[in-house]
Design a protein around this ligand. Structure first.
Ligand code: 5GP
Length: 179
């Protein structure tokens, strides 16, 4: 793995493919154990969540469904400020065990919006699975049930994560070089 340049920023190798795969393997075992007796609905959050959703699901020896959603942010009224809307939620959620699959949880704002939208549809349960978590920055009470790797508060790309559209296809995880 060499340094890469995406737009105006330089990124250096941070987590290699083997290490990342081992972490995904471990978290997949936990997910499989938890849902051994049900048919969960995995909900990948686009764009970044496609990679982890794919890597996680191919390691799950359980019967399950996968769908994808996107979070669209727009400006509401003065009182509501920025509003997030979940788009692409076509599956029936009521009574289902839903597992939201994210690339990274940072402050937790995004995941909070998603969970609030899902709760309105009365699922049997909601769990969160994230490839990466920044515990130093996470501010919410919602438990992040399944985390492949915790990382410090650095900006990273690769394995689904982008810098302004670029870098999602990089294998492993790269971190920004501050200069
Ligand atoms: P949160 O709402 O938890 O603060 O942030 C979640 C979203 O911010 C992620 O889904 C991702 O799009 C973006 N994000 C947060 N940290 C990083 C990072 O280190 N790298 C990249 N590429 N995106 C990040």
């Amino acid at each position: 793995m060499d340094k890469v340049i995406l737009h105006d920023k330089q990124f250096e190798p941070f987590i290699g493919v083997a290490e990342l795969n081992a972490a995904i393997e471990k978290v997949a075992e936990k997910v499989a154990t938890r849902y051994a007796d049900s048919v969960p609905l995995f909900m990948g959050v686009l764009n970044g969540g496609y990679f982890f959703a794919s890597e996680l699901l191919k390691r799950l020896p359980i019967t399950c469904e996968i769908t994808f959603v996107k979070v669209a942010s727009y400006h509401g009224t003065k009182s509501t400020g920025t509003v997030s809307q979940l788009i692409g939620l076509n599956e029936r959620i009521t009574g289902r065990h839903v597992v939201v699959v994210e690339d990274i949880v940072d402050t937790g704002n995004t995941i909070e919006h998603i969970v609030e939208s899902l709760r309105e549809k009365n699922p049997a349960s909601i769990a969160i699975a994230s490839l990466l978590l920044k515990p130093e920055v996470y501010r919410k009470k919602i438990p992040i049930d399944f985390v492949a790797m915790e990382i410090p508060n650095v900006f990273v790309v690769g394995s689904g994560l982008d810098h302004d559209g670029l870098g999602r296809n990089l294998p492993g995880i790269y971190r920004i070089v501050n200069n």
